[in-house]
Design a protein around this ligand. Structure first.
Ligand code: 5GP
Length: 193
């Protein structure tokens, strides 16, 4: 998606540890018009998949999910990075390793919001090693729901998450795939429209 690639080139900042900062427009300050265009693009790509819910993980995925759901006219449900235990057995849980913080955390999602009748589109701001997505997919497996696709804003193609998910057979589309990045250069993978 050219619009997103341009913004990354203009405003993205490469930080140590292969972290790209895009907090001017994607995950701290939010450019709602850009997010709406991202949601529209995900709708164009996944509209025939029979999606009943958009699923993401807090916090950065929520804005992307909401602007996507506007186009699908379905609810958003997000996994919480919770400290609480599954005492009543009323939540699905999984453990995720955080790329940006370098530690494990638990996610939870109430059982009442996801079930076998659902076909979900998973979305997130970034895909790196794929741990956040694996956590969401684990929750989907526990819920017995169908995965209609995975929509990512920025995939770091030099990390293995994307390749693993595609090899596993998921319909994964990333609107911008970065093949390499350093302080003064950033290259995108050419993709078919
Ligand atoms: P993964 O689980 O695929 O390794 O990493 C994806 C998650 O880590 C995303 O939810 C995203 O919030 C965060 N993340 C991974 N790489 C980056 C990055 O380069 N920049 C930012 N801002 N977040 C990242």
């Amino acid at each position: 998606m050219k619009l997103l690639e341009q913004r990354i080139l203009q405003e993205g900042q490469v930080r140590p540890g292969n972290v790209l900062k895009v907090d001017c427009f994607l995950n701290h300050q939010l450019d709602v018009a850009l997010l709406d265009a991202i949601g529209e693009e995900f709708y164009r790509i996944f509209q025939k998949e029979g999606i009943t819910k958009i699923l993401t993980i807090e916090a950065s995925g929520i804005a992307v999910a909401c602007m996507t759901a506007r186009h699908f006219h379905v609810p958003v449900v997000f996994a919480k990075k919770a400290k609480s235990k599954n005492i009543d057995g009323d939540v699905f849980t999984s453990t995720v390793h955080s790329y940006t913080y370098g530690r494990d955390y638990d996610i939870t999602l109430s059982k009442k919001f996801l079930g076998p009748a659902d076909k979900v589109l998973l979305v997130d701001d970034f895909l790196a090693n794929g741990k956040a997505m694996q956590g969401l997919l684990d929750v989907c497996a526990q819920a017995g729901c169908h995965v209609g696709g995975i929509g990512i804003c920025i995939e770091k193609g030099f990390q293995p998450g994307g390749q693993e998910l595609r090899q596993a057979g998921y319909k994964l589309v990333s609107l911008a795939i970065i093949d390499s990045m350093s302080d003064n250069s950033l290259t995108f993978r050419q993709q078919e429209a």
